[in-house]
Design a protein around this ligand. Structure first.
Ligand SMILES: [Fe+2]
Length: 403
């Protein structure tokens, strides 16, 4: 039987009109053992719908690695490299991910103490909590009452030396249950979002692009983000804004000379907009916390400069300016407001859910707060890409710069 694809069930907080092409539940296949024909269908669906959910999946870590590798057969190691996270504690990812000893491309993430798991006697897992990363925090009392925040919006990527993975797999092995929690945006908007405990929140980069006004579309198709060397060390002392969608600008970034040795040729500059390899559509894909410079190309010859931002091109280096601009561009894409924009898909995890997502097509965030004794155990797999993401074509740029 070929795999079947049904629209993913949406929570009441997501407007179906914005999720027509987002998310499919896949049935009638074993994701741990796919035929070539079934894989082809799943690969195409992944790029069309960005999120694929398999319920009641049973996969070994080796099968999970094999599945993820099939999307990029030349990829071989974890998105942040085989020498995990530079072997240093001076990195904001340190402590949240742990490689499996026998399959180091698969990481364990979660919360609480896990014992006797895949050759590991005992491990303490740490779920990303906003007070460890945000400049301000929800009071402990409110947090205990189920208020929380998005931890950090991102795509999975080292953004230095290694290319972003095409696909990430998240596989929920232990999923603690609890009352619903409320995400507060705390950015003056009053916005809130009801989510299940420990949800992973997703927003579509395609929607984030499509809802932009034309003058910002005109800008983002011409813009590129330059990331610093060792980006996750660069921001190790800096703090995030309350939505997890960017950093505060308090001058706390580590000077480039104080970072571990680096080479200019390994520094990454990516277009703001990445072209979907199957649909050809444009996805706005900028890591909101890690951009160091923004380079803007001039409006192409023959296109209208009037009304365009930076019509003659620009190189923005002021972090405060960059972050203001990025927030203006990206904040509409995480809007939870009813009627106008209910754009966030918070996945309600069940045990043995396998979610595959198009890591070059959406942003996601860890959410929620667990108590110490709520044990959550996930396997995560993503592999540094064998190629760089594709930017907009000349025709795309001309289309969006034509007024
Ligand atoms: Fe992630």
């Amino acid at each position: 039987m070929p795999p079947s694809f049904q629209p993913i069930p949406l929570p009441p907080s997501a407007d179906p009109a914005h999720f027509v092409d987002f998310g499919r539940e896949v049935a009638d296949v074993n994701p741990g053992n796919l035929s070539q024909e079934d894989f082809k269908q799943i690969e195409e669906a992944l790029y069309k719908y960005d999120v694929l959910l398999f319920r009641n999946a049973q996969l070994t870590p080796e099968e999970l690695y094999t599945l993820v590798k099939a999307f990029d057969p030349q990829s071989t190691h974890y998105a942040h490299g085989n020498k995990q996270l530079d072997g240093t504690k001076k990195n904001i990812l340190y402590g949240y991910v742990h490689a499996l000893p026998h399959t180091p491309q698969v990481q364990i993430i979660g919360n609480g103490i896990v014992r006797n798991h895949e050759g590991i006697d005992e491990i303490q897992l740490k779920h990303g909590r906003h007070p460890e990363f945000h400049k301000t925090r929800i009071s402990e009392e409110d947090e205990a009452n189920g208020f929380t925040r998005f931890f950090r919006w991102h795509m999975d990527a080292a953004l230095y030396r290694l290319e972003p993975p095409r696909v990430t797999a998240l596989y929920g092995l232990k999923v603690p249950k609890g009352p619903m929690q409320t995400v507060r945006y705390d950015d003056g908007s009053g916005d809130e979002l009801q989510v299940t405990l420990g949800t992973t929140a997703f927003v579509s980069g395609k929607t984030m692009f499509n809802i932009l006004p034309n003058n910002l579309k005109n800008l983002v198709v011409r813009a590129k983000a330059k990331y610093p060397p060792h980006p996750f060390q660069w921001v190790r002392d800096a703090k995030a804004v309350s939505t997890g969608l960017g950093m505060e600008s308090d001058g706390l970034e580590v000077p480039l000379d104080d970072l571990p040795a680096w080479e200019e040729k390994e520094v990454k500059i990516y277009p703001f907009v990445w072209k979907n390899p199957v649909t050809g559509e444009l996805h706005l894909m900028v890591h909101p916390c890690l951009v160091m410079e923004v380079h803007v190309d001039p409006v192409p010859l023959g296109c209208v400069k009037e009304g365009a931002l930076y019509p003659d091109g620009a190189c923005l280096k002021d972090l405060e300016d960059i972050r203001k601009l990025l927030y203006q561009i990206q904040r509409p894409g995480i809007d939870p407001k009813a009627i106008t924009n209910q754009l966030v898909y918070p996945h309600p995890w069940e045990e043995n859910d396998l979610v595959l997502f198009n890591n070059r097509g959406l942003l996601h965030s860890v959410v929620g707060v667990f108590t110490k004794d709520q044990v959550r155990l996930f396997h995560q797999c993503n592999l540094a890409g064998s190629d760089a993401p594709i930017g907009p074509s000349k025709e795309d740029i001309e289309t969006w710069c034509s007024g």
